[in-house]
Design a protein around this ligand. Structure first.
Ligand code: THU
Length: 132
């Protein structure tokens, strides 16, 4: 799947965010090596620290289905439209790293009806990641 198509699925996922506190919606779309896509959006809690990020919602859905090998993840976010890049937080980077630091992380946003993207390997975003 092309990066732009995965970004579009992340934008779609963002609509399902539950963000009564920050109003900052994040969407993620995680592509498995078997070709399936799992979408996630951030889910906020009144006890703020219990909020679950979009990336981890997508990852946990995939893990529940027995998927453990991932190719790439697209992440988008913003208060209204995607106005700039949204980068995965440290906790999400570590959770994703547990399944392989070769994962491609695609950050995207929309500018004048055109999709912009920036791509990293997870190992660039989380060097020397913790391993058990
Ligand atoms: N958020 C994500 O969903 N993913 C990230 O990687 C960074 C932050 C969410 C958490 C919270 O609901 C909102 O963005 C503002 O921090």
């Amino acid at each position: 799947m092309e990066n732009k198509d995965l970004i579009k699925l992340a934008i779609e996922a963002k609509q399902n965010a539950h963000v009564p506190y920050s109003r900052f919606k994040v969407g993620a779309a995680l592509l498995t090596k078997s070709g399936k896509v799992y979408q996630g959006a951030n889910m906020e809690c009144s006890s703020y620290g219990m909020t679950v990020c979009a990336e981890r919602v997508a990852l946990v859905k995939a893990l529940y289905d027995g998927e453990k090998e991932f190719e790439k993840i697209a992440v988008v976010g913003g208060k209204e439209d995607e106005l700039t890049y949204t980068t995965p937080c440290g906790a999400c980077r570590q959770f994703l790293a547990d399944f392989g630091v070769e994962l491609e992380v695609i950050m995207g946003y929309m500018e004048d009806n055109e999709l912009k993207e920036k791509v990293f390997k997870l190992k660039e975003l989380l060097p020397e990641s913790f391993e058990l």
